[in-house]
Design a protein around this ligand. Structure first.
Ligand SMILES: C[S@@+](CC[C@H](N)C(=O)[O-])C[C@H]1O[C@@H](n2cnc3c(N)ncnc32)[C@H](O)[C@@H]1O
Length: 272
């Protein structure tokens, strides 16, 4: 079997730059729910220096800023300049907001005693490089928190769209690495321990999106850059039938009492 297609840093930057406005407007109110769970584990009231990587448009950074003691260093980073711009607009002068690649951080060793990374590790080209960097920039005893896509079973937000595509006969690009590729809690736990962490705790956590209706779910899904790109050369009728299928599947789930969200995998660990 051939290797799955893994996006490069340049492709990720371009994708997230394009996605940033919709992400900030329609998605980060949901991702921040999960970020709050990570932040609650980081004992920020006793922190002296927090680094966030893959911080997106800055909603979690704003939550963290309110919990850090006066004088603590707060560094907020993302690969996408457009995300960085949006995060900067949300934060006070006290936070250092800048571009950084999670796999190649430009900070000296042992610069931080807290590390936060919400819904980013499963996206980067090389998760081991990102974990190595997290371990490198953390001081011994420092605390880290990550979340990744966990299990498809409880993740209708991401399993309904491919089902709808199949229903209408739309072939999705093959060979892409699944964003669930880090979702086995024992495997990820061992991998993080191997990078110099101890007391590695993992759990699955539902992140539920407040979906108002199937129509709204279909509209937001089809506005994302991935779907815009997939549908660019397709006839308008196909887009319309895909939208109806998305709407119907979402309404069926909601009608059966199944919330639409992501079952994330949370990991908390201490640097050895
Ligand atoms: C799903 S969003 C999550 C954003 C934010 N953590 C949140 O929870 O709202 C993923 C973020 O990872 C960023 N990203 C992707 N690849 C990256 C990399 N190699 N290094 C740093 N950030 C990256 C994207 O630009 C995007 O802002």
């Amino acid at each position: 079997m051939s290797e799955p297609n893994i996006p490069s840093a340049d492709e990720l930057r371009a994708h997230w730059d394009q996605f940033a406005p919709l992400f900030e407007e329609r998605m980060e109110s949901t991702t921040v729910l999960l970020a709050r769970e990570l932040i609650a584990q980081l004992h920020l009231g006793e922190a002296s220096a927090l680094l966030e990587v893959g911080a997106g448009a800055g909603a979690a950074a704003r939550v963290a800023a309110a919990l850090l003691p006066a004088g603590a260093r707060h560094v907020v980073t993302d690969l996408s300049p457009e995300m960085v711009r949006r995060a900067r607009a949300k934060l006070s002068e006290g936070a250092e907001v800048r571009e950084a690649d999670a796999c190649a951080l430009d900070f000296p060793d042992a610069s931080f005693d807290r590390f936060l990374c919400n819904l980013n590790l499963m996206l980067v080209p090389d998760a081991d490089a990102a974990l190595r960097e997290a371990a490198r920039v953390l001081k011994p005893g420092g605390l880290a928190a990550w979340s990744v896509w966990g299990r498809p079973e409880g993740s209708l937000m991401f399993t309904i769209p491919p089902l709808a595509a199949e229903e209408v006969g739309l072939d999705l690009p093959a060979g892409k690495r699944s964003n669930f590729h880090l979702g086995d809690r024992e495997v990820l736990r061992a991998r993080i321990a191997d990078h110099g962490f101890e007391q590695v705790l993992t759990w699955y956590s539902p992140m539920i999106r407040p979906v108002l209706s199937g129509t709204e779910f279909a509209e937001v899904t089809l506005s994302t850059p991935r779907w815009e790109e997939t549908l660019a050369d397709q006839p308008g009728e196909l887009r319309a039938s895909l939208s109806s299928a998305l709407e119907r599947l979402a309404e069926e789930a909601l009608g059966a009492g199944r919330p639409i969200g992501l079952e994330a995998l949370v990991v908390i660990a201490r640097r050895r």
